[in-house]
Design a protein around this ligand. Structure first.
Ligand SMILES: C[S@@+](CC[C@H](N)C(=O)[O-])C[C@H]1O[C@@H](n2cnc3c(N)ncnc32)[C@H](O)[C@@H]1O
Length: 418
């Protein structure tokens, strides 16, 4: 595959929010590369700014506490100690975040983001204020470590990843096929645990991810964390509401619960960076596409469906689990096509897929704080859709893809767990 660009998001540099819908704005390759670099440094900046951001929050707490009447302050004798403890936890988080972004200018096989290269972006390289949007993303990334790489996340992984893994094993049983020949793609792989688990079972598995927050973090855990539970994060310190005990806010989570380097010898596991729609344009290449909490990240989910159809080999399967919490729903100037599951299913079938398994109510959580007084429960759909081995001429997707393919470029970057 070509390696001309990172292939991640294309952007209007002045926007705080993610990107305008692909295709609405076309940039030259040079401008694309410049925006790419700018975005890269913006995310690094968010990692560097974290300490200042939390410090400001703590100072506000302290100011407000001190503004209380004396008698109220006396009722809260442990309050300032609690803030001091949160500050200590924040410092630990800060250390881990700095370790994550250390050396990540070299993490991509075919793209360097060297500090000395580039235009006059020095301002970007100092930790300056960063948007609430990016800070929220960073805090979510910290919680993603719990979901994917901690003992505390096991129940959540069991509910989200196990149905997918079991289905893959059912579709491609090790006793009936050489699983190392079965190619599985996990788009929107987050911190990579699902893809890693599939590779652990001997399948050839590739995770794909678009966000630098996730890419830096997955690179860190997959390539630089070998010792089990050697790393500590405090994922819940940013949650000031809905805590039953003060200690709930400052409790530690260790990772990785398993050595990511413990894949069997000869296993085939890789991660690619870039927009799923741009990276995966080669037809008939995957035996299975496994999506978990992913399809609702689309501006237009029909594009995801078309792409999955296109890249699956005839006879291949798409295994999906997740809700339909459309990521762009409330973002100004962003295309967001919100389909009900009913509408989506109809489109999937019209594309030519055969729905083989369907469970309409799989209860799961997502980066849940199990001690919080507020919890979200996702009532997910799980389905298995097959691209038939013999294709019929009335498949809509087949026609659509033929013309789309010409426009999309093909770029892929790998970070392997070597
Ligand atoms: C809700 S998270 C789910 C992550 C993981 N699958 C899990 O279950 O924990 C969705 C992920 O998809 C990624 N993503 C969104 N749009 C993408 C795209 N166009 N190409 C690749 N990844 C994308 C996001 O960065 C995010 O990490």
């Amino acid at each position: 595959m070509a390696d001309s660009s990172m292939g991640t998001e294309s952007a209007d540099p002045n926007r705080e929010e993610p990107y305008l819908y692909r295709g609405r704005i076309k940039y030259s390759p040079e401008e694309d590369a410049r925006l790419e670099r700018q975005h890269f440094w913006k995310i690094i900046n968010a990692f560097r700014y974290y300490r200042t951001h939390v410090e400001e929050r703590l100072k506000r707490c302290e100011r407000q506490f001190r503004s209380l009447p004396r008698r109220h302050q006396q009722l809260l004798s442990g309050f300032l100690d609690k803030l001091a403890e949160i500050r200590r936890c924040m410092e630990c988080n800060h250390e881990v975040l700095q370790a994550i972004v250390q050396n990540c200018t070299h993490m991509f096989e075919n793209m360097e983001y060297d500090e000395d290269v580039g235009e006059s972006q020095d301002n970007m390289r100092r930790a300056g204020p960063c948007s609430t949007f990016d800070m929220d993303k960073l805090k979510s990334t910290i919680k993603q470590f719990v979901r994917d790489w901690s003992e505390a996340g096991k129940a959540e992984r069991d509910s989200c990843y196990m149905p997918i893994i079991e289905e893959i094993q059912k579709q491609f049983p090790p006793e009936k096929c050489d699983v190392s020949e079965v190619r599985v793609l996990v788009p929107g792989a987050g911190l990579g645990r699902l893809a890693w688990e599939i590779a652990c079972l001997g399948y050839s598995c590739q995770g794909n991810e678009w966000s630098f927050f996730m890419l830096f973090s997955s690179n860190f855990v997959l390539n630089r964390c070998e010792e089990e539970n050697a790393m500590t994060l405090y994922p819940w310190i940013h949650q000031f509401s809905n805590n039953k005990m003060s200690g709930d806010q400052t409790r530690a989570v260790t990772f990785p619960d398993i050595n990511p380097h413990s894949l069997p010898p000869d296993s085939d596991f890789s991660m690619t960076a870039g927009d799923f729609l741009e990276v995966y344009t080669e037809s008939n290449t995957w035996d299975c596409v496994a999506t978990c909490f992913f399809i609702d990240t689309a501006h237009n989910v029909l594009e995801y469906i078309e792409t999955i159809w296109n890249i699956l080999k005839p006879g291949g399967v798409w295994v999906n689990l997740g809700p339909l919490l459309y990521h762009f729903e409330n973002m100004a100037n962003e295309l967001s096509i919100e389909l009900s599951y009913e509408e989506m299913k109809d489109a999937i079938m019209k594309c030519g897929f055969q729905l083989e398994v369907e469970r309409e109510s799989v209860l799961t959580t997502y980066t849940e704080n199990e001690r919080s007084m507020l919890k979200y429960l996702y009532d997910c759909v799980f389905f298995v859709a097959r691209k038939p081995a013999a294709l019929h001429s009335n498949s809509h997707c087949k026609d659509i893809k033929t013309s789309n393919c010409k426009e999309l470029n093909n770029s892929v970057q790998k970070t392997t767990t070597t």
